[in-house]
Design a protein around this ligand. Structure first.
Ligand code: SF4
Length: 386
């Protein structure tokens, strides 16, 4: 996910002499001082980012990094601000009921991250509310992988590490004209990225250096049209010199995303309630509320087979109507959901047992994943609720 370029005029990139930058493996590295000068003038103001001269708050850094996984800065900002209002520190988040956390997360997707976020807050709260200040310590926490540990360690604790996200990966591939395609080249690019902070200026300001890399990738070295003319690293960028920057990093041809099929049932009563069930803890959307329906599978669900899975109860007469299909794209597959809707007078008690919850049809304060909201909206558009 992409979220976030020293000059040594006349530097020959693959020369063996040091001219204005460090030489590593025969390559001249761009100057961290040039990047930091650029950053001091052009840094973005972000709600989780410390102002110049202030210390970063590890809680804000951690929260933003978890939210930014697979999601853009623009999408994250309102969620981040709502979270901070509700849970001003890690202890407040740890104490919150999981449903409240999930409700505030709903819409950001990747719900396992929200559960891990909550689990992580509890572990940190049990340790006095302090996050570990090393990459190794951070990696012990739930939901924190190599990138996130490096980002928190660098930004919040000033550890001299380079967090390699999509932006840093792209900048590095271009700086060093690394033409082997992703994903096979990912490790090599990450290894090369670790050489970027080896000069004295980067080591003196690890937090700013990491964020400067993010900002360079987000604002200048953008995926389609890098603004090389504005880049503080243009003189030492091999991709720019060779005229291939915009084509890097290359990617191996994509394998078509498989399609899976699902069925969900939207049952509404005369009082405007709909039946929701909690999904199993394991698997996609685990532990979230959703419309009832069978498991998702590779084959389509013929209507007769689908209706065998409709919610039922003695003496319940529901006339199910297929109201359309919802398409939802997950990272590894596309899901096509046939949506059936039925209107009944009132929900029988047997249906609203331990599993079922009747919820107001607006679903405003329930943690309903985007897929399920799309299904409810499709049913609503069918006038079945009228
Ligand atoms: S490709 Fe352009 S924008 Fe990106 S690092 Fe090189 S000179 Fe800078």
């Amino acid at each position: 996910m992409d979220r976030r370029g020293g000059s040594g005029a006349g530097v020959s990139f693959f020369c063996l002499l040091r001219v204005g930058g460090f030489v590593i493996n025969g390559s001249v590295l761009p100057s961290a001082a040039d990047l930091l000068r650029w950053y001091d003038r052009h840094r973005r103001t972000l709600p989780w980012r410390a102002l110049p001269g202030q210390s970063a708050d590890p809680y804000r850094v951690w929260l933003s990094e978890i939210m930014l996984q697979q999601t853009t800065v623009t999408a994250v900002i309102p969620y981040f601000e709502r979270f901070l209002d509700a849970f001003p520190d890690v202890t407040a988040l740890a104490r919150a009921p999981q449903d409240r956390v999930m409700a505030l997360w709903a819409g950001l997707g990747y719900y396992a991250r929200a559960r891990n976020l909550h689990a992580c807050a509890r572990v940190v709260a049990e340790n006095g509310g302090c996050f570990p200040d090393t990459v190794a310590g951070l990696l012990e926490l739930p939901g924190i992988g190599a990138y996130t540990a490096a980002a928190i360690a660098a930004i919040a604790f000033g550890r001299p590490v380079v967090p390699v996200d999509g932006n840093v990966e792209r900048v590095t591939a271009r700086l060093f004209a690394m033409a082997d395609p992703l994903p096979g080249s990912r490790k090599a690019i990450a290894r090369q990225a670790t050489t970027l902070n080896t000069d004295r200026a980067a080591i003196a300001r690890p937090s700013d250096f990491a964020q400067a890399l993010f900002d360079l990738g987000a604002g200048i070295c953008t995926p389609r049209t890098p603004a090389c003319v504005l880049c503080p690293w243009r003189e030492s960028c091999a991709g720019n010199r060779q005229g291939i920057a915009a084509s890097l990093p290359r990617r191996a041809p994509k394998v078509a995303r498989p399609v899976r099929h699902g069925v969900h049932f939207c049952m509404v009563d005369a009082a405007g309630g709909i039946l929701l069930v909690r999904r199993p803890e394991k698997g996609l959307l685990g532990g979230m509320m959703g419309l009832p329906g069978p498991h998702w599978r590779d084959a389509p669900w013929p209507q007769a087979e689908a209706l065998d899975h409709a919610p039922t109860a003695p003496r319940l007469r529901a006339r199910w109507q297929r109201v359309g299909q919802v398409k939802h794209v997950f990272t590894h597959f596309t899901l096509l959901v046939d949506v059936y809707a039925a209107r009944i007078s009132t929900f029988p008690n047997s249906l609203v047992g331990a599993e079922g919850i009747i919820h107001d049809v607006d679903c405003d304060d329930v943690a309903l994943p985007s897929l399920m909201r799309k299904c409810v909206e499709l049913a609503r558009d069918s006038n079945i609720f009228d």
